[in-house]
Ligand binder design. Sequence first.
Ligand code: NAD
Length: 296
Amino acid sequence: MKNISVIGAGTMGNGIAHVFAMHGFQVTLIDVSEAALEKAIGMINGNLDRMVKKESISEAQKAETLTNLKTSNSMATGVASADLVVEAATENVQLKLQIFADLDATTPERCILATNTSSISITKIAAATKRPDKVIGMHFMNPVPVMKLVEVIRGYATSDATTAAVMNLSRVLNKVPVEVNDYPGFVANRILMPMINEAVYTLYEGVGGVMEIDTVMKLGMAHPMGPLQLADFIGLDVCLSIMRVLHDGFGNPKYAPCPLLVNMVAAGKLGVKSGEGFYQYSAGSKELVVAPTFGK
Ligand SMILES: NC(=O)c1ccc[n+]([C@@H]2O[C@H](COP(=O)([O-])OP(=O)(O)OC[C@H]3O[C@@H](n4cnc5c(N)ncnc54)[C@H](O)[C@@H]3O)[C@@H](O)[C@H]2O)c1
């Protein structure tokens, strides 16, 4: 595999493009929004600078990574010679079904179609194509350049060859792939999201404030970050849509999203990406600027 197309240049897409380009692949990063593409290139530049400063890569490696990377706002041209597409567009079922139907029509027959979805059924996405054997979940973790895990999800029809290719490719990226099956939330979000949702319920019911809840989980459970801060990093809209997938997929009320989470998303408080969630952030940065607005 040589040519990789990444669809969606948001939080995850820019990290995925960064990692592939840094490992010598020719990457086309595609987004419908020019602003998202510009922001992504800025993020990748900044992250590469940080790596140079830490001496984990050289200036020459940074330059080579940037040479391996191009952007496009046209999906059809951006995927025409792809060996692998990693789709990292907004977490929305209808959108992903449309993207995969379009990819099936515009990519070479050999091309593997991977999705970075956090929770949507790989089998359902695969059914929008005529090559379900070549459709697979390639679930990177945030921030992609730092996190080691790739959760590799086999849909109902994903072939052994496709799975082996994606497991191997993940290793080439210096990641650790773990193969799992296709049920709502897979493994990572089946466990993580109900924990985050429960933290939001704990806040909603006034059991503790934002700082109290996050401090209990950081110091008591040795988590590097509290669940509410983690939710801000992931994006509250992403958390809500994953809870909805778990709720719909299992039909079990224990997965009902907390009304506070629903309200915050409706109010546009999406976490780091909107500048405010459970905490407030300076524009375009993960730095907290003020203490949380909720709490005792
Ligand atoms: N945020 C996380 O921590 C995280 C972690 C793992 C997986 N994911 C998954 O990764 C995917 C992307 O999430 P994100 O947080 O990067 O979202 P995001 O909102 O930051 O970015 C999504 C990008 O997709 C673009 N987009 C929308 N429709 C498009 C289309 N038709 N063609 C091309 N681009 C399009 C948007 O313009 C936007 O730039 C989702 O499926 C999400 O569930 C997210």
